[in-house]
Design a binder for this molecule. Structure first.
Ligand SMILES: [Zn+2]
Length: 118
């Protein structure tokens, strides 16, 4: 179940010319409801927590992440089993864009066309 109160703000996008990296800001206002989006992708992904705290469990380990801390999801690891410990969380998602990979949860990292128009 995806938390419908998540708000995404593109930071680095294909329209800026970014072809192999993607950055967006995620803000969730009722974060304790959780984030059930278990997924796996070729892209390497990092979460940098700006506000609030959470626990990210993957690959048999749980990482507690607070403001100014980051967690890294290696390529091919099922992840995003997340328990947020704050009502409001805000974090940066930074990931690579791999050809043929599933788009990021914010769906703004679809590979840029050869000639970007916007
Ligand atoms: Zn991911």
């Amino acid at each position: 179940m995806i938390n419908s109160n998540a708000h995404y703000e593109p930071v680095i996008t294909p329209s800026m010319g970014a072809r192999r990296m993607h950055v967006h800001l995620t803000e969730i206002n009722d974060a304790r409801k959780g984030w059930g989006y278990q997924h796996c992708h070729e892209a390497e992904e990092a979460v940098y927590m700006l506000e609030g705290e959470g626990e990210f469990t993957f690959d048999g380990k749980t990482y507690h992440v607070g403001p100014g801390q980051a967690v890294f999801f290696p390529s091919g690891i099922v992840h995003a089993e997340t328990k947020f410990l704050s009502d409001k969380v805000k974090y940066l998602v930074i990931r690579t864009v791999e050809p043929g990979d599933e788009p990021c949860c914010c769906e703004t990292d679809v590979a840029a066309p050869a000639t970007a128009t916007s």
